[in-house]
Design a protein. Structure first.
Lengths: 449, 482
């Protein structure tokens, strides 16, 4: 027997012979010329490996990495290291959630369907917008889908995107919009790192998109964005870190039309950038234009509450080239993990995570900026990530390399000799003090004073 | 075991406590003044629930799901095969799971080596020259692949090529993807053998054609016998060929898209390489291409310089990104482990097993249900309930709902659209002969029941957490959140 196959070739031959089929003729429909010729592969071995050997090989690769469980890390920039209670992975690794598929047969998929319904409910409560889908791939593609949605709705083919949006999201928006022949106009940040300058001419834009907290950590004024967008009869959209919604005004309460974001921050492992889960919430009016799977409540023949995939007339398997998107799955398991994380944390836990992250970020920022080596780039409220700039003579790339030598993964260095530093509730005061002291010592050593 | 599972919001306790986070050990700022008018004074309106209630709630929910580890799941085109346990353990290693996507390359050499090696493996398997790991799922892989075609034509000044040819049997994602890329869809009809009609294809070709999207074996499970002729015709007309890898699991290590003449391909790693479906994601849809398309791949790609690996962002002709960071790395670890475990011979036999199991099932059922195409099929086949509908007014939905009563997951139904009352069965290679017989026996028994007791089918399923739900009501009066 090979790999995971329950039958060997002999049994397969016997089974087929019992219905009058010859195993050797099974692939006879593949013309000779198509049959695989490559006898020398660059990497693929002829024989499979034992489970023991695979484990050794893959573990050895994992061991070559530095990871945040062994090294203190200050990276964020869209992916954040929040604590995941142990119950989460135990529950989502149940085969019932892990090995089922998109819930096409509602009668035997109520588990997944109700979990999705609960996810949608959490997202609507957190964003203050009434309609959520079952999740999208990630924040970046979710924001891109939001631009397409807005253009479909407004029948306009131009969108306004703040430079405070995550660079990967901006690049993804460019890709999707270029494909859909939509013009992307970028909007600069003001001296406080906020999006306050909007296009002068109205009536051309389908959507204004900002990110809050933005890529540089700064909290945007969503009331203003909404006001300006609606003045121009455009939709107002925001990409958000959903943990921040415990302490920040909800986009729905600001009157925004679309909220997207990355649910990875609900305790999903950073896993080198994926899988995470994008969310999307919209106003009632946009419900039938939304991309993605949607779960709805109904009743069965006996009047029992039941959950089903619904509003499918939007989707590719029915509408084909007129569908709202080509997406046909979601990030169901990750969305379920996020849902369970929210259920376990509750309002008190979510608030604690958000407040502790912010308190610790503020504590660290003060320690760093009080030294005189660094200044806070934008004088505006931030959530759990902030941007500092080093004074002349201190090269942050070099500092980051020196931090690595000491077993610390520093923040993200961005142009202008600046560093974006993220802090979550997982950090202790001791770690923060040690990080700040190390940074300052490294600056001292470089004669920064 | 709870029969009723009210939504989580109904399980709120009165006690509000943060349970998992250690106490704050730095000063707590006044958030109201810190955030100013952006501050949300009221606490989040989500419930506080104790841990045992949460655990019971989701365990009870999970028990309402059918899944691969409980029985045969012959959902055609979805490839519900066994998901090896070891792959889950490996992807969860903190050496992978606790790495951040923006870590410096020298701190994630293990991740990069894995991806680099996986790219070589996928090249070997598909006959391609390069891969991107960006796409988060098969459908996004389609988008990433068709964008390569668009970028190629733009780079070569082929501004008039704005049509994508797609056979009528294609998955809905194909036309939806082409539309997202701004292409008009030109459909070609299938012939009586269930294959692309060459005369129709010839008519569809012209100097406005950007390319062809083709699934092979197609959604009827049939291998396109003229595949090399087809790719040549498209190339001669100046178009490029996109291989939808949804069904490549049928021919792994038997034939390769690269050798058939395709320029790019996506693979659904859950179908071909056993990563779990997770109730509808997360997946991964790596896209491979020939050297002519490599410059346009989304960035970053993983490259090697001397003995170290790095993410290459410096790609002047790239069309950009389709998502953030590198891709769904955690899913790719499972893919990698699966391919290593199998080797070329294991993948070859997996495909053989998939085709053997499907063929066996088809032979056992073809006298009870109509098989619309007598062309030999591969890893999946389509049969219909036309006979049952005509004679006993039992249609596909009734038959498959009754199948649930026998302990099986239904096949894919009413797809492909070109076949009325379609049932698409894909047992996969990880089922035993005994499993297949049990499934076949159930279908045969149901065919008899349609004759003798059709009401049994119409009222099915009988022993499930819910009976048939009212889908019309769900769409007409949407309740999408609680």
């Amino acid at each position: 027997m090979i790999g995971y196959l329950p039958m060997d070739r002999k049994e397969r031959r016997e089974m087929l012979a019992s219905v009058g089929v010859d195993l050797d003729q099974l692939f006879s429909m593949i013309p000779e010329c198509d049959c695989i010729q490559a006898d020398e592969f660059q990497a693929l071995g002829e024989e499979g490996m034992s489970e023991m050997d695979v484990v050794d090989r893959v573990k050895a690769l994992a061991a070559k990495n530095m990871n945040s469980e062994c090294y203190d890390s200050y990276l964020g920039a869209g992916y954040y290291d929040h604590y995941q209670p142990a119950a989460v992975h135990h529950l989502i690794n149940r085969a019932e959630f892990l090995t089922s598929y998109t819930p096409y047969q509602a009668e035997i998929s109520q588990g997944t369907l109700q979990a999705v319904f609960e996810w949608q409910s959490y997202i609507t409560r957190l964003t203050g917008l009434p309609v959520s889908n079952a999740s999208l791939y990630d924040a970046a593609s979710g924001a891109a889908e939001a631009m397409l949605l807005a253009c479909r709705d407004k029948r306009r083919y131009k969108v306004f995107v703040s430079e405070g949006v995550h660079p990967d999201t901006i690049e993804t928006i460019h890709t999707y919009c270029h494909a859909g022949d939509i013009e992307v106009v970028m909007g600069a940040l003001d001296e406080n790192g906020q999006t306050t300058v909007f296009p002068e001419q109205g009536k051309e834009f389908a959507c204004y998109l900002v990110q809050s907290p933005n890529f540089f950590g700064v909290v945007e004024d969503l009331d203003l964005v909404t006001e300006k967008a609606h003045e121009a009869n455009a939709l107002a959209a925001v990409s958000q870190d959903p943990v921040s919604l415990a302490v920040l005004k909800r986009p729905g309460d600001s009157g925004m039309d679309i909220a997207v974001g990355e649910a990875q921050s609900f305790g999903i492992p950073t896993s080198y950038g994926g899988p995470g889960a994008g969310y999307m919430a919209v106003t009632e009016r946009l419900m039938r234009k939304m991309p993605g799977r949607i779960c709805g409540a109904t009743i069965d023949r006996n009047g029992r509450t039941s959950y089903v995939l619904t509003l499918q007339a939007r989707e590719q398997h029915i509408r084909r080239d007129r569908a709202t998107s080509n997406i046909c799955t979601s990030q169901a398991l990750i969305a379920t993990a996020a849902t369970i994380w929210l259920a376990l944390q509750g309002s008190a836990g979510l608030l604690d995570v958000a407040e502790q992250s912010a308190a610790k970020a503020i504590y660290l920022e003060k320690k760093l900026t009080e030294s005189g080596y660094f200044k806070l780039v934008y004088d505006a409220p931030y959530f759990r990530e902030f941007l500092i700039e080093a004074k002349e003579g201190i090269d942050l790339r070099e500092i980051n390399a020196a931090l690595l030598e000491e077993g610390i993964i520093g923040g993200l260095v961005v142009p202008g000799n600046r560093m974006l530093i993220a802090v979550t509730e997982k950090k202790t005061k001791e770690q923060l003090d040690c990080f700040a002291d190390t940074m300052l010592r490294l600056c001292d050593e470089r004669g920064g004073k | 075991m709870y029969k009723d599972t009210p939504i989580i919001f109904e399980l709120a306790t009165k006690s509000k406590a943060s349970r998992y986070i250690r106490p704050l050990d730095v000063p707590k700022p006044d958030f109201s003044s810190w955030f100013g008018k952006a501050y949300r004074a009221e606490e989040p309106n989500i419930p506080d629930v104790d841990e045992i209630s949460v655990v019971r709630h989701y365990t009870n929910l999970s028990n309402k799901n059918y899944h691969v580890e409980i029985g045969t799941y012959p959902l055609g085109s979805c490839t519900m095969k066994y998901n090896p346990k070891v792959n889950e353990d490996l992807a969860a290693l903190s050496g992978f799971a606790a790495t951040h996507p923006l870590q410096p390359d020298q701190t994630v050499q293990g991740n990069l080596e894995l991806l680099y090696h996986l790219e070589q493996l996928l090249n070997d398997v598909t006959g391609m020259d390069a891969y991107t790991f960006q796409p988060a799922a098969g459908a996004q892989g389609e988008l990433a692949g068709v964008l390569l075609i668009k970028a190629y034509h733009e780079d070569h000044g082929n501004t008039k090529r704005n049509v994508m040819i797609i056979p009528d049997a294609a998955h809905g994602t194909n036309p939806a993807t082409a539309a997202m890329v701004g292409y008009k869809v030109r459909e070609v009809k299938s012939n009586s053998k269930g294959m692309v009609d060459l005369a129709e294809l010839e008519k569809a070709l012209g100097d406005d054609v950007a390319g062809l999207m083709l699934t092979n074996p197609n959604t009827l499970g049939i291998y396109e016998e003229n595949i090399e002729k087809i790719t040549k015709m498209v190339h001669d007309a100046g178009g490029l060929c996109y291989y939808d890898g949804a069904n490549i699991n049928a021919i792994l290590m038997h034939a390769r898209p690269g050798d058939m003449g395709f320029d790019c391909v996506h693979m659904n790693v859950h179908k071909s390489f056993s990563t779990p479906h997770g109730g509808g994601g997360p997946g991964a849809g790596p896209v491979g291409c020939k050297a002519i398309l490599e410059p346009y791949l989304p960035r970053p790609v993983v490259r090697k310089k001397e003995e170290s690996y790095y993410l290459d962002y410096d790609r002047p002709k790239t069309y950009g990104k389709v998502r953030s960071f590198v891709g769904s790395f955690g899913v790719l670890v499972k893919t990698y482990a699966y391919i290593l475990r199998n080797g070329a011979e294991g993948l070859h036999q997996a495909a053989e097993g998939a085709v053997a199991n499907s063929t066996y099932l088809r032979e056992r059922l073809k006298h009870a249900y109509r098989v619309p195409y007598d062309t030999p099929s591969m890893h999946e086949f389509v049969m219909t309930a036309e006979w049952q509908k005509e004679k006993y007014d039992c249609n596909t939905i009734d038959i498959v709902k009754r199948l649930i009563d026998f302990g099986f997951h239904p096949p894919t139904i009413y797809f492909p659209l070109i076949v009325p009352e379609a049932m698409m069965l894909e047992p996969t290679e990880t089922e035993t002969w005994r499993d297949l017989d049990q499934l076949a026996n159930a279908f045969l028994k149901i065919a008899k029941e349609a004759e003798t007791n059709p009401e049994l089918l119409k009222n099915a399923p009988h022993d499930t957490p819910i009976s048939r739900p009212d889908e019309t009501r769900a769409a007409r009066e949407p309740i999408l959140a609680g």
